[in-house]
Ligand binder design. Structure first.
Ligand code: WT7
Length: 650
């Protein structure tokens, strides 16, 4: 993969290969990446195709913040993901698509076919007035056309904003408005397990609030009846036919500046409003390609199955851009792990001879609960490497994965990263780094983590814990939050001046290995999905009989964290069960079903300080089932409320 040559600058060899092959080499390359970061990244970037090389590798400060990588370079990420492979890999499989229903045929797209379809759809976008710099919202099921739509946007320089198919009309509208999207790409519906999600109808509801959108392109997937509004809505298939009758003219890729925006992806933070994380062309491309090749030690021909949805960053980076820039074969699955039965992942592994399986702890825990009988007649012998992402993996799940899926022969890479980091940050390198259950292990070369205490003072040495920060830029990092740079500064760069703050707590053990212990801010991780407590509270408070609410997480066997809501509902004689489901429905309407509270406890008041601040610490303890040891409650306005809440805990 790529070129492998060693240049020398200041007597330190510059490793230009993307892949590290021994722990000794890791240590050496890591050292170099810290001492000579620019030379290090220059070497990595040489593995990609540029229309024009960069004039300056890095310009940065974490104050504004200002982050510019590979300044002056010109490129198009789709030329790296598609065109440059055509001569060597044109007939090799780029995407294997496995449908929701195992009885429907799977699909294969070679690099050549994917290239042609991307060019064709890029022309569709142009025919519909999309131009470089326009924002395009994509709300689609996990079908190959989703990857095609994403790449077609990148090809013409339009900025995609993919919204996960589980979000509500209101959430879509908020995201479309925030970015002033002018076009939406969707489907009539989507299959997920036994459900049929009416995507177009949800889009129609959203668009009532979105005057900037003047075109909607609708793919046929479920044949669910849909409203097609004259002048606004067009069918994907009809538009493709038009391009075909125009003679299928090729679609040359738009020349992009290194720091031109590639996409926006919304994610939750500690405030009520999701942030539009912005990634840019060159840095994101280099970082996802480098981390994919290295961490998974991808070998030509291997089948890589990432079970995430493209609606999340994991799917962007490790179904679409990372694997394709490396000429890999990525498997894309439309359905869910338990449909038509909880053996589905293993059927897919067997059917497509999957070599690398990258999934989430919540999926592992869910499948674990069905026992190992389902595995008995499954041939998992193709699996060589395993990966985990999205939340801390508990040791029980780690061992189950290791023993039953990897048969103790496959390394597990527990990859820590975030929407904001663009790609993997702290992770073992498969077959290079010695793994340890529950540990993301060591930073990748180019990543400089530090632990700090509450005051921002760096905690040095091993056997310590603190708040996880990163002290030097990396190419895949967030550049801004769309439309509001100040928000990017306050959310990530202001808590600890001079550092990027991750929001995670972390332990560094005696071996210098990192273990992520979970969020230290008001963000929950439910089934690997990020949910802001403030967002859920706002949604709950929209319910007509709710006065106020406080949401915290609690340990959940399958989801990792569950959503626990304390709700003040003063109306007497309420039918509690009915009101609970109405509140859950309100949250589903405002955010999406993924944010529905698992538990709703009605209370007459919340524990507040004299200044009116909710003492979440106390609520968290009660939600966790801890009733003694609640700490100091003397500063509360009404300490008696704590006893009431304790007594009513669910
Ligand atoms: C948060 C980021 C990054 C892709 C999926 C989630 C948690 C992520 C791990 C891991 C422990 C992890 C962190 C992080 N997280 N990976 N391997 N071990 N925790 O992306 O929605 O941006 O969430 O997920 O808390 O901050 P995201």
């Amino acid at each position: 993969m790529g070129i492998n040559c060693n240049l020398t600058a200041a007597n330190i060899p510059i490793i230009m290969n993307l892949k590290i092959s021994s722990f000794e080499e890791y240590k050496q390359v890591y050292q170099q990446s810290v001492e000579q970061p620019e030379e290090f990244w220059n070497g990595i970037a040489e593995n990609f195709q540029w229309r024009k090389k960069w004039e300056k590798t890095l310009e940065w400060n974490f104050k504004e913040p200002k982050i510019e990588w590979f300044k002056g370079a010109k490129l198009n990420i789709t030329e790296n993901c598609l065109d440059r492979h055509l001569d060597t890999l044109g007939n090799k499989t780029a995407i294997i698509w496995e449908p929701n229903d195992p009885n429907e045929d799977h699909r294969i797209l070679t690099y050549k076919q994917l290239h042609d379809k991307v060019c064709q759809f890029a022309n569709v976008l142009k025919n519909n007035n999309a131009q470089k710099g326009d924002r395009i919202c994509i709300y689609m099921p996990m079908v190959p056309e989703l990857a095609i739509a994403v790449l077609a946007c990148a090809r013409i320089g339009a900025i995609h904003s993919v919204v996960f198919g589980g979000f509500s009309a209101q959430s879509i509208a908020d995201r479309i408005q925030d970015a002033s999207c002018k076009l939406v790409i969707t489907a009539d519906g989507g299959f997920r397990g036994a459900k049929n999600i009416p995507l177009k109808s949800i889009i129609d509801d959203a668009l009532v609030q979105c005057p900037t959108v003047d075109k909607v392109i609708v793919l046929t997937r479920t044949r669910t009846p849909v409203a097609m509004i004259k002048g606004r809505d067009v069918w994907w298939e009809d538009e493709v036919k038009k391009v075909e009758t125009q003679g299928n003219i090729p679609c040359p890729a738009e020349e992009m500046d290194a720091e031109d925006e590639l996409f926006i992806l919304y994610t939750s933070g500690s405030t009520g409003k999701p942030k539009g994380v912005v990634h840019t062309c060159a840095g994101y491309m280099v970082y996802t390609g480098y981390t994919f090749a290295n961490v998974f030690q991808y070998e030509p021909g291997e089948v890589f199955f990432c079970t995430a949805d493209i609606g999340w960053i994991t799917g962007h980076s490790y179904i679409v851009y990372g694997p394709l820039s490396q000429g890999a074969t990525a498997l894309m699955f439309e359905g869910i792990p338990t449909y038509p039965n909880p053996g589905r992942f293993w059927d897919i592994v067997e059917k497509h001879r999957v070599n690398i399986l990258y999934t989430a702890p919540t999926a592992i825990r869910s499948l674990m609960s069905f026992g190992t009988d389902l595995l008995k007649d499954k041939d998992l012998s193709s699996i060589k490497k395993l990966g985990s992402v999205g939340e801390p993996i508990n040791e029980e799940a780690w061992h189950w994965f290791d023993e039953n899926i990897g048969h103790k022969k496959c390394p597990i890479v527990d990859t820590w990263w975030q929407t904001e980091t663009g790609g993997l940050m702290i992770s073992p390198i498969a077959n290079v780094t010695k793994t340890k259950p529950g540990y993301a292990t060591l930073p990748l070369p180019g990543v400089q983590p530090v632990l700090v205490d509450e005051t921002g003072k760096e905690i040095e040495g091993n056997g310590v814990s603190g708040n996880l920060c990163i002290k030097f830029p990396w190419p895949g990092m967030i550049r801004t939050t769309y439309g509001d740079h100040e928000r990017c500064r306050t959310a990530y760069f202001a808590t600890y001046p001079g550092l990027y703050f991750t929001g995670d707590g972390c332990l560094r053990d005696d071996d210098g290995y990192y273990r992520i212990t979970g969020r230290v801010d008001d963000v929950l991780n439910v089934s690997g999905h990020r949910i802001g407590t403030a967002e859920v509270e706002n949604a709950i408070n929209m319910h007509s009989s709710v006065v106020e609410s406080a949401v915290v997480g609690y340990p959940h066997d399958i989801k990792g964290q569950g959503v626990y809501a304390f709700v003040v509902c003063p109306e007497k004689h309420i039918n509690e069960e009915l009101t609970r489901s109405d509140i859950a429905m309100t949250v589903a309407r405002i955010i999406g079903a993924i944010a529905k509270p698992d538990k709703i406890q009605f209370v007459t008041g919340l524990p507040k300080t004299r200044s009116g601040k909710i003492m979440r610490r106390i609520l968290r303890k009660i939600a966790e089932g801890e009733t003694s040891n609640l700490g100091d409650t003397s500063t509360l306005l009404d300490p008696a409320i704590v006893d009431e809440i304790k007594a009513g805990a669910l």
